[in-house]
Design a protein around this ligand. Structure first.
Ligand code: GDP
Length: 365
């Protein structure tokens, strides 16, 4: 599955947030259709009102949401890349996630020590980036050592690769994460992601962790939002402590508590949705009396490959997809009615699935 790593300095609220995630995951465990969950992984249903609307209309016996994984990555401190603290074990875990949620402490509390001695979310973000950059520099330098010799001997491929590597090295030596360099050519970016697996190419979501009063904003939050905007990254405000309390409450009390803080939904929902968007993901649905279910795909996925998410036969034996978008569906309120009205389109193998499509796959076995 697609996963988001929760990263941050000690005592910023990572575990609190992660516990809220796993608590909410436990509540949904019955629904989780996949294999066992590891202790540092929390799997959360992607909140999507459309799924429940469709299920209601189709009188589905079963409703299955789609899920996203959060991985708790502990151990980041200043100089972790040089072996401080728990060493750089955790960096290997960051390599395995698709995106990073960077938790930044935006609350004061003299009882909760800050490892750097004061609350300063931007400094914290920079410390984290420096550690990721240091690790990437190590990766790039090792690779340079490998290709340098054949490049000198005239190997064309090695020469090309060395050029790429030197360009990356320059950026990293300027202490800049690769992700900020959106001007880099597509093939170079691909190379950083799919060959080198650099840490600083992963998309980042900034999470400003506040106390209850901070939910309506504070000076630290403002700094984080400005900082995120500069690199066109998403940022969100969350009170991890409140989230941890919310997940323990029954639905009705949860709403009351949210209201009391002037919130319209749990911050976890926002975290999930923002992560989803960050990874460029969209949802399509399959609907019926037996089950209505949400499926996650990358934006741009074509119909056969979308079908392949459900069953390999759907991809291998793809004939066509019967498609209606949720927006059109909800106007008529049932699949059979939509068909009668000719609103269900027949799409071929080149059709790019859209967010909110409800699809019935026709296939050969
Ligand atoms: P971690 O080291 O980043 O995992 O931090 P923890 O989640 O263990 O949090 C450190 C301390 O900060 C704990 O005592 C938490 O109760 C407290 N804390 C975490 N999130 C919040 C928050 O949103 N507001 C306040 N006031 N305290 C928090």
């Amino acid at each position: 599955g697609l996963s988001v790593g929760i990263v941050g300095l000690p005592n910023v609220g990572k575990s609190t947030l992660f516990n809220a995630i796993t608590q909410s995951a436990k509540a949904q465990a019955a629904n989780y259709p996949f294999c066992t969950i590891e202790p540092n992984v929390g799997v959360v249903a992607v909140p999507d009102e459309r799924l429940y609307q469709i299920a209601k209309m189709e009188k589905s016996k079963k409703v299955t949401p789609t899920f996203i994984e959060f991985v708790d990555i502990a151990g980041l401190v200043r100089n972790a890349s040089k072996g401080e603290g728990l060493g750089n074990q955790f960096l290997a875990h960051i390599r395995e996630v698709d995106a990073i949620a960077m938790v930044l402490r935006c609350f004061e509390n003299p009882d909760i020590v800050h490892v750097e001695g004061s609350v300063d979310p931007i400094r914290d973000a920079q410390i984290i980036d420096l550690e990721l950059i240091a690790k990437d520099l190590e990766t790039v330098s090792k690779r340079i050592e490998k290709v340098e010799k054949p490049a000198k001997l005239g190997d064309k491929k090695a020469k090309e690769e060395l050029e790429k590597l030197l360009r990356l090295k320059e950026i990293l030596e300027n202490l800049e994460p690769i992700r900020k360099h959106t001007e880099l050519p597509e093939d170079l970016l691909e190379y950083t992601k799919k060959t080198l697996f650099l840490l600083t190419t992963k998309p980042v979501l900034y999470v400003a962790n506040v106390d209850e009063e901070g939910l309506s904003g504070n000076a630290y939050v403002k700094q984080v939002i400005d900082y995120a905007q500069k690199e066109k990254a998403p940022a969100l405000v969350i009170c991890a402590k409140l989230e941890a309390e919310l997940v323990e409450l029954p639905e009705e009390e949860k709403l009351q508590m949210l209201n009391a803080y002037g919130l319209d939904e749990p911050g976890l929902n926002k975290l999930v949705r923002e992560s989803y968007a960050l990874l460029d993901l969209i949802t399509f649905f399959t609907a019926g009396e037996k089950e209505t279910r949400a499926w996650t795909i990358k934006k741009g996925t074509k119909a056969p490959q979308a079908g392949g998410k459900i069953h390999s036969d759907f991809e291998r034996g793809f004939i066509a997809a019967e498609v209606i978008n949720y927006e059109d569906y909800i106007k008529v309120g049932s699949m059979s009615k939509a068909k009668e009205l000719g609103l269900v389109r027949l799409e071929g193998k080149d059709y790019q699935v859209k967010d909110g499509d409800i699809i019935y796959f026709r296939f050969n076995v």
